[in-house]
Design a protein around this ligand. Structure first.
Ligand code: ADP
Ligand code: NI
Length: 222
């Protein structure tokens, strides 16, 4: 990275720290920090342009479409404005915004746009943080934030065909494992992420087994 690129990354780090200070939905500042760290790790093994990877990772959740009435443009628009103010070259801004717009999970059956290597690395990093022990914690934090029940045995998971249906679905949180988390392992782009995902996937499965084992007492009294 050039010194100028380093300073842009540093200023963006500060911006995100400021913006996310009071967030509790599982989209907190530390989620972004972990994604930056994971993306850096994936970059070391998989290559790609480090500046593009770090900028995308810092900015990827700047305005989450799920919390803005399903508006897919708010995040990229905010990122665009910020990077224009920094005077980052337009072609780099456009590439970063394209990734931010197409990064997040929008339902099991929703077609995924093709991403650059840098985009793939950040998407792998973002998805790894939705898996494993931290993924479990984030999922229940999110479920609590939007008022979902933890579990409701009669309600089966849905493999959504469209993004709006996915975001509006107020299913219980255990369903989210079947609607997203358990599907991520087979959707990793890079070999390095695939390896990390294996371990985290196993943790999701172990958690679900333990959860259902303890749930049997509810079944016995229902
Ligand atoms: P990501 O940052 O991986 O794109 P999202 O933006 O989709 O993740 O969501 C943030 C966190 O909340 C993730 O851990 C995700 O799995 C979780 N989450 C998203 N939708 C739901 C839901 N309907 N119920 C429970 N957790 C959810
Ligand atoms: Ni994220």
């Amino acid at each position: 990275m050039t010194n100028e690129e380093k300073s842009w990354v540093e200023l963006t780090h500060k911006l995100i720290l400021e913006k996310f200070k009071n967030e509790s939905s599982g989209h907190d500042f530390w989620h972004v920090v972990r994604v930056v760290g994971l993306a850096q790790h994936l970059h070391e093994k998989e290559g790609g342009d480090l500046f593009m990877i770090l900028m995308t990772a810092w900015l990827h959740d700047i305005a989450d479409w799920k919390f803005h009435q399903g508006d897919l443009h708010k995040g990229p628009a905010e990122a665009h404005r910020w990077m224009s103010d920094l005077a980052i070259p337009e072609n780099q801004i456009d590439a970063i915004c394209h990734t931010i717009k197409n990064l997040s999970y929008k339902g099991a059956q929703v077609q995924q746009e093709t991403l650059s290597l840098e985009g793939k690395i950040v998407q792998d990093a973002d998805r790894l943080d939705a898996m494993g022990a931290i993924g479990i914690a984030r999922t229940f934090a999110y479920g609590g934030h939007v008022g979902s029940a933890m579990y409701e045995p009669s309600r089966m998971p849905t493999l959504h065909h469209d993004a709006q249906a996915y975001v509006q679905d107020r299913s219980h949180t255990i369903n989210h494992f079947y609607e997203k988390l358990l599907l991520l392992k087979d959707r990793m782009h890079t070999a390095t992420a695939r390896q990390l995902a294996e371990v985290r996937h196993q943790r999701l499965q172990t958690f679900l087994q333990n959860f259902m084992e303890e749930w049997v007492f509810a079944v016995a009294t229902a």
